[in-house]
Design a protein. Structure first.
Length: 147
């Protein structure tokens, strides 16, 4: 009998920067970190790549149209969410995009705004705050929640 392999939840995050500001959204009515800021993101579906995931999520959540050739991985986080909830988070920057940026999932998000890298909201999800700091400081890999 084959041993069941270790499972890790994969997710993609969009790092959209304009004029030294990052696009952030406030979670609402999701049951996870509601009232706190994050960035456009989503779980990678089976058979989907990290790049295809963020292209899909950007359009679904914020009306942002991305092309794979404009995307680049800028940070990787190995995260321990507790209770066997281990994750690999891939943060992807876009050098170009189109579309009108707006809240598309009003039942899950109640704010979508640009924030200075030096002045992100206090109520930013801690692992997102760490990732943004790493990206700002050009740190490619980090770990979160292992202490």
């Amino acid at each position: 009998m084959a041993k069941e392999r270790h499972k890790i939840v994969p997710a993609s995050y969009l790092v959209l920067i304009e004029d030294d500001k990052i696009l952030m959204l406030r979670r609402f009515n999701t049951g996870y970190e509601d009232g706190n800021y994050s960035i456009v993101a989503g779980h990678v579906d089976e058979g989907e790549t990290f790049i295809h995931c963020i292209i899909r999520e950007a359009k679904e959540e914020a009306g942002i149209i991305l092309k794979s050739e404009d995307l680049k991985v800028c940070h990787v986080m190995h995260r321990n969410g507790g209770k066997g909830n281990e994750r690999i988070d891939i943060f992807i920057s876009a050098k170009d995009w189109s579309g009108e940026i707006e809240i598309k999932e009003k039942d899950k998000c109640d704010d979508l705004s640009w924030f200075s890298f030096d002045n992100i909201p206090e109520n930013t999800i801690p692992c997102i705050k760490q990732a943004i700091n790493c990206i700002k400081n050009k740190i490619f890999y980090s770990e979160f929640g292992w202490d």
